[in-house]
Write a protein that binds this ligand. Structure first.
Ligand code: PLP
Length: 466
């Protein structure tokens, strides 16, 4: 029995069993199907450490430096680095490059958890973007006027962090925010994890964070490009380099602090390849995706609609199912049984990340799956379901836009005696509470309702009463 156990490879077997599914999910290479078979065969040979001929990812020279330079040119940066442990690491490096312990960082409450952890690790003082009139932001994402008001109210801040685009592909008027922040002497730091393809979007709309005035930008290459997980790009803008506003030696040194001493050449090489592919075919592939998304959206069954506000990424596909007559868990299981992996399903929306080469037949399979869902016929039951979803979404928006209620600063809370961690519903993975904020009954009862519709909640044990 013990011997049998030793020979078992559950994870390997599980992943092998996943092959052949329809993927509207990151990574953008779709289980290697985006690559010619020669590339898949070569991958293992590229898994090397720094040798005489390879250069060093931590001290760029030779082919590494050349690949970084080509990437900087492609993405419109002054300097670019490949980070092979995800945008999670790039975010740490970005913040550590310009902020010191105790510095004030302006940002929304609703940021990726990596930002929360970086703030705690670095001992920063977070100030949340709030609307003076108490407005609630959709999915906790403030509009430009709220950013600008906060920047004016807090001239003591060293930097302002913006997520651009958000998970749903929406953007904010970053140019205006950057303009006001620079006038106030602040850095603009951008989490562009979902926008590595932006430089090649039709008519360059939405525009890249770098072209709109960001000083430092992080992008996940594996999310929307054909690069291995977790490939990330870290860029410093041309202006910041020219004006020497950012100390590039400090960026280099923070890369050595936060990245493994054995960065993956394999992952880095796929960033190099994804960049070249983007330059050669990116524009036409993104135009094709835009058309596929538009024609798909016209054929949706009743109860579904595409969420595509002005300024959003046309290559992202977000479907609202709040009026469709089935519960979330039914949808999750139905798509799984149909062999379709979507990026996420939140309270009322499906988020899909079509890959640059997503086959048209995958859209057809998705459409067939949506049409074959059995819906609740009873009118009152349907109305109750729709109303519950509306109420849950509104409550989530309200919690994600709430003013800060720190009893302790995030560093002391996360690493001190009492263990306050961030509390985050998954999906979408945005913190309703930061480390150091107390859990109130309104959080507990709301999170319990999310748990009942199959949304996992991290950072809190819902079985314990307050
Ligand atoms: C907005 C945002 N920022 C940062 C990250 C972290 O990126 P990575 O998975 O490359 O570490 C994610 C991951 O989902 C994200 O959605």
């Amino acid at each position: 029995m013990v011997n049998d156990d030793r020979e078992r490879t559950p994870l390997w077997d599980c992943l092998i069993g996943q092959s052949g599914r329809v993927s509207f999910h990151m990574p953008g290479h779709r289980q290697g199907r985006a690559w010619p078979s020669s590339v898949s065969r070569q991958l293992s040979a590229l898994d090397t450490t720094e040798l005489l001929g390879t250069g060093d990812l931590a001290m760029p020279s030779g082919s590494v430096l050349e690949a970084f330079r080509l990437a900087a040119n492609c993405f419109g940066a002054g300097r670019t680095w490949f980070i092979t442990s995800g945008t999670t690491t790039s975010i740490m490096i970005m913040l550590a490059s310009v902020l010191r312990e105790g510095d004030v960082l302006l940002l929304p409450r609703a940021v990726h958890i990596a930002v929360v952890h970086a703030v705690a690790l670095l001992g920063l003082k977070p100030i949340f973007i709030e609307a003076e009139d108490g407005r609630v932001f959709e999915d906790g994402q403030p509009d430009a006027s709220a950013y600008i008001d906060s920047i004016r109210r807090h001239p003591e801040a060293t930097a302002c962090l913006v997520t651009y685009p958000d998970y749903y592909g929406r953007t904010v008027d970053l140019e205006s925010i950057a303009h006001v922040a620079h006038e106030a002497g602040m850095f603009i730091l951008v989490d562009e994890a979902h926008g590595a393809h932006f430089a090649f979007l039709p008519d360059q709309k939405p525009a890249t964070a770098l072209s709109l005035g960001a000083d430092i930008v992080c992008q996940s290459a594996h999310k929307t490009l054909a690069a291995l997980t977790p490939a990330s790009l870290l860029h410093v803008s041309e202006t910041a380099v020219q004006q020497q506003r950012i100390d590039l030696r400090r960026v280099d040194s923070m890369i050595r602090v936060f990245q493994t001493s054995s960065p993956s050449f394999l992952i880095a090489a796929t960033i190099d390849r994804a960049r070249a592919e983007l330059e050669s075919y990116g524009k036409e592939r993104l135009e094709r995706l835009q058309k596929l998304n538009t024609s798909f959206s016209k054929k949706l069954p009743s109860g579904f609609s595409r969420v595509f506000p002005k300024g959003a990424d046309p290559s992202r596909l977000v479907l609202d199912f709040s009026e469709a007559g089935f519960c979330r868990k039914t949808l999750v299981h139905h798509l799984d049984r149909a062999g379709i992996d979507v990026e996420m399903i939140d309270i009322s929306r499906i988020v899909l990340i079509p890959a640059l080469d997503q086959p048209e037949e995958d859209y057809t399979r998705l459409l067939d799956a949506l049409y074959s869902l059995s819906v609740i016929k009873e009118k009152v039951e349907r109305q109750t379901l729709t109303q519950t979803r509306r109420d849950l979404s509104q409550k989530l928006d309200q919690l994600l836009s709430a003013p800060a209620a720190f009893q302790k600063m995030p560093r002391e809370a996360l690493f001190g005696q009492d263990e306050f961690s961030a509390v985050t519903p998954y999906p979408p993975g945005l913190p309703v509470l930061w480390p150091g904020e107390p859990v109130r009954e309104e959080h507990r009862s709301f999170l319990q309702l999310l748990h009942e519709i199959g949304i996992a909640v991290r950072g809190i044990d819902l079985t314990l009463s307050s």
